[in-house]
Write a protein that binds this ligand. Structure first.
Ligand code: ADP
Length: 452
């Protein structure tokens, strides 16, 4: 087992990883920017190093700063969490060169799945259905040619994209003319790579993703799916497992496809295959996330498997100690992302000081958060300040528990998404389980909030 694990991240995920390490008995090293000196992960870790100023580029994204902290502290492994360095193949290679184990897949596997266009090709080669699409396209003419073959609408995507950014829907040739340049320059600005490609755009599909775990010896299992269809501008707000739209046969097929994909690229660690499910029940591979995801907790709640612990065990060379047949999914779990944002003001980020903080508790309730009373949320990073996860024997039980827990969760001093989640949880369409990625837009129309 590792001597010491450095956590190259901040916020709730850094806290989450420290907790897993502590349970295994591994000392932890936190790194932090000057803006995060009072962050909870700094207090919880065994030791902590300030690695730079507030700007992520000079701290959480600075490879020399992170590697130096690992060397100085004597850490022999780095957990990257999500975001920041988590999908940087070059970083994984640099860790290896310094004799530090990157807790995640190999650089090679990351490269095969890292860019969306290559990932799609890997899937096609392994008989996993993908949406009709293209390779990298350079001109609007090439896009129009594709669109006129498969029919509008289509979506332009940055091949290096992520986090809902670098995507543009086109419904006509004119849209292609306008969007192609915009998409390419957005891709360059956000991801440092201008390449874009096109896919057939499915109208309001469901977003279904399958969690997998793979060890270094070719053993791969899946832990069922998560439904992440409740999104705002392609960003997830609420997730649940299992999906109300998936039956046992589809779960098996999708799970098998995800396992096949992982085996094809000799994947190790935790990973997620994302799929879109169409209105007629057809599903298509969209991309693979080669890291732990924000919403991993709903899978943990129904499988009773600690995914971060598994990542650490796998990285240290342990074999998976359960088979597919031994994985039992029980009950239902829902996660609400608690963001310091104002839903009344178009979800504007709302950093500030938390003046009052009381978390919910009780049976089946889990809070993963780095927030506490008097914590000043720095304005430089993502606005998520926590996740509330509730388990129930049935979807309805989980939903009612979530409603109860949201009512108990008190955060004062900053606006949060808590009141918004309460409305979603009680919404009849959400309750029915019959919704898709158009849910939030439709919810705004139905409740008249779009006119405010
Ligand atoms: P990111 O990597 O930025 O998260 P994804 O490729 O995972 O981007 O897509 C994010 C979301 O965008 C999906 O969950 C879905 O709502 C929407 N989306 C992406 N591709 C398509 C498509 N071909 N048709 C319809 N919706 C899509």
């Amino acid at each position: 087992m590792f001597r010491k694990v450095l956590i190259a991240n901040r916020g709730e995920i850094a806290v989450r990883i420290i907790r897993a390490c502590r349970e295994i008995g591994i000392p932890t090293v936190a790194i932090y920017s000057q803006a995060d000196a009072n962050s909870l992960h700094v207090r919880l870790a065994t030791e902590a190093y300030c690695i730079g100023p507030a700007s992520s580029a000079k701290s959480y994204l600075s490879i020399p700063a992170i590697i130096s902290a690992a060397i100085v502290s004597g850490a022999d492994a780095i957990h990257p969490g999500y975001g920041f360095m988590s999908e940087r193949a070059d970083f994984a290679e640099i860790c290896a060169k310094h004799g530090i184990k990157f807790i995640g897949p190999t650089a090679e596997a990351m490269r095969k799945m890292g860019d969306k266009a290559t990932a799609r090709q890997t899937m096609i080669d392994n008989n996993v259905p993908v949406t009709p699409g293209t390779g990298i396209l350079k001109t609007p003419e090439e896009v129009k040619e594709f669109a006129n073959r498969v029919g509008y609408p289509i979506i332009l995507k940055a091949t290096a994209g992520g986090g809902g950014k670098g995507m543009r829907i086109c419904r006509s040739d004119d849209d292609v003319e306008t969007n192609m340049n915009l998409c390419q320059s957005e891709a360059q600005n956000f991801f440092g790579n201008p390449d874009v490609y096109a896919e057939k755009y499915l109208e309001n599909p469901r977003h279904i993703e399958v969690q997998i775990l793979a060890d270094q010896y070719g053993n791969v299992v899946h832990l069922g799916e998560r439904d992440c269809s409740i999104q705002r501008r392609h960003q997830k707000l609420l997730e649940e497992a299992p999906s109300p739209a998936i039956d046992e046969a589809t779960r098996k097929e999708m799970g098998a496809a995800a396992v096949r994909a992982a085996k094809a690229i000799n994947y190790e660690s935790a990973g997620t295959c994302e799929f879109l499910l169409d209105h007629d029940g057809k599903w298509y591979f969209m991309e693979m996330n080669t890291r732990i995801q924000v919403e991993h907790c709903v899978t943990e709640m129904i499988s009773n498997i600690d995914l971060v612990r598994e990542q650490i065990m796998i990285a240290s060379g342990e074999k998976l100690d359960f088979t597919q047949d031994e994985i039992m999914l029980r009950g239902h779990a829902i996660e609400c992302r608690i963001n310091a944002e104002n839903p009344e003001k178009d979800f504007m980020p709302n950093p500030g000081t938390i003046t009052g903080y009381v978390t919910p508790g009780g049976f089946g309730v889990r809070v993963d958060s780095h927030a506490y009373q008097d914590y000043a949320i720095p304005p430089y990073y993502d606005s998520m300040i926590g996740k509330l996860i509730c388990w129930g024997r049935t979807r309805n039980e989980a939903r009612r528990r979530m409603y109860r827990a949201l009512k108990e969760y008190v955060i004062t001093g900053v606006e949060t998404t808590i009141p918004f989640h309460q409305e979603i949880i009680e919404d009849p369409v959400f309750m029915s389980g019959n919704f898709n990625t158009g849910f939030i837009e439709d919810f705004y129309k139905r409740t008249g909030k779009d006119k405010k």
